[in-house]
Design a protein around this ligand. Structure first.
Ligand code: 5RP
Length: 271
């Protein structure tokens, strides 16, 4: 791996091999999603506990302080909306020059495998990988399911992750599912878990994050289940413990309860 690529990967994936990304890119197709109406305000208290921020160029420029942030995974696919005809009909929205200007550490693109736009989406990935490799910028492929959340099973997600890796993604982000080891074992590059819509309880989220980590994920890219929680900072702290400290679900729950009660404010070195 070239020095630039290796350097960017190491900004994202921490020395323990794990990572906590904080996605706030949802507005690119959802508009002002609940609790993300003012993304800068939402993310500010969470940043100390994140290893990287997943964001579009518009929100990055307008809401994130360049002097006080984390490495950036730039969302560069889009062109559709939740009220439009088909979420799968995405293109590349941001040039590689713009990504370099914004000092992106990686680029993120969604894949819509099994849809009418599968080929377009996979060719977009191929082109983006070509550009990224030219400049030493890793590509994170996102296995999107659009509105069809029931697609999140091991057989489908394993297929998506493997194809993403075959086309050159350096990292793949996918949903947690039952038999998650099948997804990870078939994918030759690191796998990160996304969260999806808000779960009924925080415990449910801790359970699946723990299971995914035990089954080979290297980390998380969880948005709504953190910032739509009534207790976003305790939530990210609890999840960070699972990812970086190998905490059990019980230990994570204790971190959550303690942070919620106000015992343990922002630490200079997150724990
Ligand atoms: C949205 C994304 C998000 O980054 C991803 O889905 C993670 O966020 P969440 O945990 O809220 O699902 O790719 O397009």
């Amino acid at each position: 791996m070239d020095w630039g690529m290796a350097n960017r990967m190491s900004q994202l994936i921490q020395p323990d091999g794990h990572c906590v990304f904080m996605p706030i890119d949802h507005g690119y197709f959802l508009g002002p999603t609940s609790k993300l109406e003012q993304p800068g305000k939402t993310v500010e208290p969470l940043l100390p506990y994140a290893d990287a921020l997943f964001v579009t160029r518009g929100v990055l420029r307008s809401a994130i302080d360049p002097a006080n942030t984390k490495p950036i995974v730039l969302r560069v696919s889009g062109g559709t909306s939740t009220v439009g005809a088909d979420l799968a009909n995405e293109g590349i929205t941001t040039s590689i020059e713009e990504a370099i200007r914004l000092n992106a550490s990686a680029l993120g693109i969604s894949l819509f495998i099994g849809t009418e736009f599968e080929k377009q989406s996979l060719l977009n990935l191929g082109k983006l990988v070509d550009e990224g490799e030219k400049y030493g910028i890793p590509i994170m492929a996102v296995t999107a399911v659009g509105k069809e959340l029931e697609k999140r099973d091991a057989r489908y997600l394993a297929l998506c992750c493997r194809i993403a890796a075959e086309l050159g993604a350096r990292v793949v982000k996918t949903y947690w599912c039952e038999d998650f080891d099948r997804v990870v074992n078939g994918c030759p590059v690191p796998v990160i878990m996304a969260g999806g819509p808000q779960a009924d309880t925080e415990r449910e989220v801790m359970d699946f994050v723990h299971d995914g980590m035990q089954n080979g994920a290297i980390g998380i890219n969880l948005g709504r289940n953190v910032w739509q929680s009534e207790h976003p900072v305790p939530m990210i702290r609890a999840l960070r413990h699972i990812v970086h400290e190998n905490a059990s679900v019980k230990e994570a729950q204790e971190i959550f309860d303690s942070a919620k009660a106000g015992n343990g404010r922002v630490a200079s070195v997150p724990a």
